[in-house]
Design a protein around this ligand. Sequence first.
Ligand code: GTP
Ligand code: MG
Ligand code: ZN
Length: 390
Amino acid sequence: MFNAPLHPFSSSAVQHPLAVYGWDEGWEAEFAPYAAQGLVPGRVVRVDRGQCDVATPDGVVRADTAFVVPHDPMKVVCTGDWVAVDPEGSDPRYARTILPRRTAFVRSTSSKRSEGQVLATNIDHIVICVSLAVELDLGRIERFLALAMSSSSGEALLRTSADSWESGAQPTVVLSKADLVPDPVGLSHLVEDVETVAPGVQVLPLSSTTGEGLDVLAATIAGGTTVLLGVSGAGKSTLANALVGEDVMDVRAARDVDGKGRHTTTTRNLFVLPGGGVLIDTPGLRGVGLWDAEAGVGQVFSEIEELAGDCRFHDCAHESEPGCAVAAAIEDGSLPVRRLESYRKLIRENRRIVAKTDARVRSEILREWKRMGREGQKAMELKRGGGRGR
Ligand SMILES: Nc1nc2c(ncn2[C@@H]2O[C@H](COP(=O)(O)OP(=O)(O)OP(=O)(O)O)[C@@H](O)[C@H]2O)c(=O)[nH]1
Ligand SMILES: [Mg+2]
Ligand SMILES: [Zn+2]
């Protein structure tokens, strides 16, 4: 591919050997101090139990990630990270540091803990894979989208403020296995259903079997880094193989009909796409806990937030306030009740998660609880007081 042997840090017009992995001037500048130490840049293409495979100018090497802070999941090396590799040593080598992440896709790990889990980093596109072989779960699509739209910059992730951040990556919803819905009218209805829960988001029916939609998706994600997300069995790895043009991933055997819930893919793997850009295939996500996704929820439910701007009171809770534009939209049928409930649920859930991670928000919520508690108590006292005389 390269006509001349290249010095890895050369900034000449000749393409850098890591350019196909997304290496650019920004990374080069970021890496300069490490280059001065004699370290080599590389992109993590796979992580497996404390070791990772790193694409370097000399090819893919195995590296130990001993530098990580194991109890801080946000600092654990992740597929998509750019790292500085020690050229000394053989197998494994040592990855010394992670370059600051431009974006990261994070979910909360469990409802008990306040930890976020970084699923992929330095991503530009998020492809949410939804199988048409099973009934559509619109609530789950909204949840995936809220998380996708709040994927944030690496530095922001380490901040502990409640400021909402700009969305880092552009989502696309792929309706996979479209060959299983041969009726075009039925298919377009399904697409419309998903479009209503994904304002402003491209919704693309696709079949890895027939190739339908594949070229459109390939064009959408050409250039940049794309991560494939979705539940197990959605067809992510099959799609990865189709996009890469090679069987790079194992897929679930078609006869494995009882494979429900079993994960075929267990690691996150990064591949170079023939049309430019890279693709990260991920294991199926059972649950996607929101992680500081307020901005994302706002975007997914933008029509509700827009309506809220027309409510008479700026702090309208859309319960039974007079002049509530949201209630009016429910009334006239233009806003489905399911949608409002889904919005409320995700906002509540996100607040709980944020409260666990952020002291300021926590104290705000506490104040609110206390206020409500005091009011509740007053109400109770009034009631009791009123009852006492009888
Ligand atoms: N009919 C049809 N079947 C498909 C298509 N894409 C994938 N499948 C089938 O769906 C099943 C699951 O596909 P995988 O690609 O392994 O799914 P996955 O999302 O990677 O699953 P995990 O790795 O467990 O997360 C396999 O049996 C595939 O053959 C498609 O376009 N059409
Ligand atoms: Mg898979
Ligand atoms: Zn309202």
